[in-house]
Write a protein of this length. Structure first.
Length: 430
């Protein structure tokens, strides 16, 4: 490894260990690399502007963030909760099942795990604690685990970024995430069913048919959004980028004219919050372009390809090795680091081995989501602890069965590519 690359790695790792923001660490490491290799620091600006101004798909990221925040303000999560509770709330541990279903439904609109945790996740924890008297650690663990479906069930901000890195169809990735997302839902509901019997959690109250229909009716309009978005994308009516704008506009109409929960002040707060969140994500993307320039300049991808070629791995062995590596790295690293730094390095090897890039993208995204609930770095654990006031150690103690169930699901996805690629191929994506 060259001196410049060592400087890049040491600078980045040192700043991350010092808890500097990941985006700032990327920029600083990129500048250190340019200085160490005696290149013009102006290349930093050139790489960022050239890359970001030519990738119109990046516009989808702030629009999906705005749409998710508008849906939170429009009480969409509460309406989804009522519908899910009417369907499965009567089961033992029913509120846990409700949490998973609501979050999955919200995932089809938001594209963000953190948005799912802050929206329906927070509402669900309150219901589990107040109505069902669930242990607070278990309630928070259910909500945190359920939020992992956010970037898997389309639309997905993480898959949009992966599409940029891999030059893969966003529509194919969105289709590829549907079946894995549903398998994750089934796996987590199985854990809730087992844990509910072990902890002797109470069954929910059965509702009459009229009340069930009332709650389902209140959720019809919000649930029409994913149908509109995905149908429009796959039907060729609009692109994924345009779909993000449609989602934001639809959520705004719901909040202002249908539910009347969004006024001038609340709208201003939503826009401000969305701007801050979007800026954070876009800084990460910009920093990644700097690091990727250094990685490309040093021919790191070529070296990795040669290393994997020397190991003489087939596609399955490569997928399993990557999966294990990301499961371990996910315990310590942020998803942004793994997605924006490690994935571009692995893509040439995946292509050379004939790995389907849609399959690869969905599998590693599930990988990253498991990392978001795996101690000690699990971001969603910190989010739920902060939002609910639950001690982190209680959430950690309760989350391990969900980590195990999702890891088994990940293994199935890695070993059976058809679970990911069947829908894209059915709809004509190759």
């Amino acid at each position: 490894m060259s001196t410049g690359l060592w400087v890049l790695v040491v600078a980045f790792a040192g700043l991350v260990l010092l808890r500097a923001p990941v985006a700032h660490a990327m920029f600083a490491a990129g500048i250190a690399y340019l200085l160490a290799t005696r290149q013009d620091v102006g290349l930093l600006v050139d790489q960022v502007l050239t890359s970001m101004l030519t990738m119109y798909v990046l516009l989808a990221i702030p629009m999906f963030i705005l749409a998710a925040n508008l849906m939170n303000a429009a009480t969409v999560s509460e309406r989804l909760f009522g519908a899910a509770n009417a369907l499965v709330g009567r089961l033992r541990g029913g509120l846990g099942h409700v949490t998973i279903l609501v979050t999955a439904a919200f995932s089809s609109m938001s594209g963000s795990a953190v948005s799912d945790a802050a929206g329906p996740g927070l509402v669900s924890v309150r219901m589990m604690r107040q109505v069902g008297a669930y242990p607070r650690g278990f309630a928070a663990a259910v909500a945190a685990s359920a939020a992992t479906t956010g970037p898997i069930i389309p639309p997905s901000i993480a898959l949009v970024i992966y599409a940029l890195l891999s030059n893969t169809s966003v529509g194919a990735l969105f289709l590829g995430g549907l079946v894995p997302g549903l398998l994750m839902v089934v796996a987590m509901m199985a854990v809730v069913a087992i844990q509910a019997r072990r902890m002797r959690l109470p069954p929910g109250e059965a509702m009459g048919l009229r009340l069930v229909l009332h709650h389902l009716g209140r959720a019809v309009v919000p649930l029409s959004l994913p149908v509109l978005l995905l149908g429009g994308i796959w039907g060729g009516v609009f692109t994924p980028t345009e779909a993000a704008a449609v989602a934001g506009f639809y959520a705004l109409l719901l909040g202002i004219f249908v539910y009347r929960t969004i006024g001038p002040r609340s709208f201003a707060r939503v826009v401000e919050e969305s701007m801050v969140q979007s800026a954070s994500v876009m800084l990460l993307v910009a920093g990644a372009f700097i690091v990727n320039y250094a990685v490309t300049n040093e021919q790191v991808a070529t070296r990795f390809a040669l290393m994997f070629a020397a190991l003489d791995l087939d596609r399955t062995e490569f997928m399993l090795l990557v999966m294990v590596a990301f499961l371990i790295l996910g315990c310590f690293l942020d998803i942004a680091v793994m997605l924006l730094v490690f994935v571009p390095v692995l893509l040439p090897t995946a292509t050379a081995l004939g790995v389907d890039l849609v399959h690869f993208g969905v599998v590693i995204t599930v990988n990253f989501m498991i990392g978001m609930i795996t101690p000690p770095y699990g971001v969603l654990l910190f989010v739920m602890s902060s939002l609910t006031g639950t001690p982190l150690q209680e959430i950690v103690a309760a989350v391990w069965p969900f980590v195990l169930a999702l890891t088994i699901t990940l293994l199935l996805l890695a070993l059976v590519p058809g679970t990911v690629t069947w829908l894209p191929r059915t709809f004509g994506f190759t």
